[in-house]
Design a protein around this ligand. Structure first.
Ligand code: SAH
Length: 356
């Protein structure tokens, strides 16, 4: 039995399934899920993320959060949280870069929200010495202290549903079977109250995506920042609103058909940042302008940091550093596709790098 066979059996027994159910099984099924069973990152894995490209990424995020913590009067204790930490590289770089910030480490309670047992083990190794704790759910983040949080490429891994506009209603895109193979189809036309506002900016035949978990998670984070201060940095690829099919599978650094190898390829969808911003507003906190990753990192001083690291390097090591700087910041690489949304207390100005 593999995941494809199991999905086939399930569909034969109970009918076509939502894209979100398909994605959830592919990514986090305890036996076959992509994140649940392997380490997908790095040059030998299926894809590479910003913290794995260069230590500069996590270092600058660390300096941004630590500066903002100082600006808020160095509250003690506070929760330092990461959603979906992968190998733990970002948090390790963040903690190393902030060692010299007086009181920051002593006050920080490191909390990791991670669903994959395999990746939890890896994070425990990377972060040994920092006494991290793990939780399954953002609902379990402490409610009685400030929250400083980062999430890189977390929201793009959350399951989405897809709907195609049909008159004044919607037909849900479903995963079913066609001649024994997994294939996409459309369910019956239904009204979708949650999509009422999308009737204004779509036309017949348009496809939109809905990530039901994203606003719930954001609301939990926002409520804590509203109550006790802090900030959240959400970094992901996506844009202000969702339009069109962005479900994408990556295997060995190349795009593949999302239905081809369930559980063996990374599956993601673009993040609809407006939804995150709206739930922050509803919880009474402010959000930054959506800032391209390249501009954010430049404002935080990535070029100066690269110049410092370049001292003493030559040959391939220097080339690699120059390439990493370019990859993280250049508009034709990750600089523009990836965006940063900051959430922060309404009475404060935006965190460093996200100023208007
Ligand atoms: N932030 C890391 C990894 C990004 S991949 C980096 O930039 O390299 C997505 C991460 O989110 C993985 O660690 C994955 O296991 C985790 N994840 C995915 N869905 C999750 C969920 N619903 N709850 C908790 N963690 C989840």
């Amino acid at each position: 039995m593999n995941l494809k066979d199991r999905l086939r059996d399930r569909i034969l027994a109970t009918g076509p399934i939502r894209v979100s159910d398909y994605m959830a099984d592919c990514l986090l099924d305890p036996d076959y899920g992509y994140y649940a069973t392997r380490d997908p990152f790095g040059t030998r894995g299926d894809f590479i993320t910003a913290p794995e490209i260069s230590q500069m990424f996590g270092e600058l995020i660390g300096l941004c959060l630590a500066q903002y913590w100082l600006d808020q009067g160095s509250p003690t204790p506070f929760t330092l949280a990461e959603l979906g930490p992968g190998r733990g590289t970002l948090m390790a770089d963040l903690l190393r870069a902030t060692r010299g910030v007086p009181g920051f480490h002593a006050a920080a309670r490191v909390l990791l929200v991670e669903a994959s047992p395999t990746l939890r083990e890896m994070q425990a190794k990377t972060l040994a010495g920092h006494a991290p704790r793990w939780i399954d759910d953002v609902a379990d983040l402490p409610k009685d202290q400030p929250l400083f949080l980062v999430a890189n490429e977390f929201f793009d891994a959350l399951p989405i549903r897809q709907f195609v506009r049909d008159g004044a209603g919607w037909r849900e895109r479903l995963v079913g079977l066609s001649e024994g193979a997994l294939s996409f189809g459309l369910g019956p036309q239904t009204a979708q109250p949650a999509l009422a506002d999308r009737l204004d900016d779509t036309k017949d035949g348009d496809l939109i995506e809905l990530c039901e978990a994203a606003p719930l998670i954001t609301a939990q984070i926002a409520a804590r920042i509203a109550g006790h201060g802090g900030a959240a940095l959400m970094i992901d690829y996506g844009d202000w609103v969702s339009l069109g099919d962005t479900l994408q599978a990556l295997k060995s650094h190349a795009p593949s058909d999302p239905l081809q190898s369930p559980g063996e390829a990374d599956l993601t969808a673009h993040v609809d940042f407006e939804v995150l911003a709206r739930s922050a507003r509803a919880a009474g906190i402010a959000h930054s302008r959506l800032t391209p990753q390249g501009i954010f990192l430049e404002r935080l001083g990535i070029t100066a940091r690269a110049q410092t690291l370049a001292r003493g390097l030559s040959g391939p090591a220097l080339d690699q550093l120059v390439a990493a700087h370019r990859r993280l910041t250049h508009p034709e690489e990750m600089g523009n596709l990836f965006k940063v949304l900051g959430l922060f207390p309404s009475q404060s100005s935006a965190p460093p790098g996200l100023e208007k």
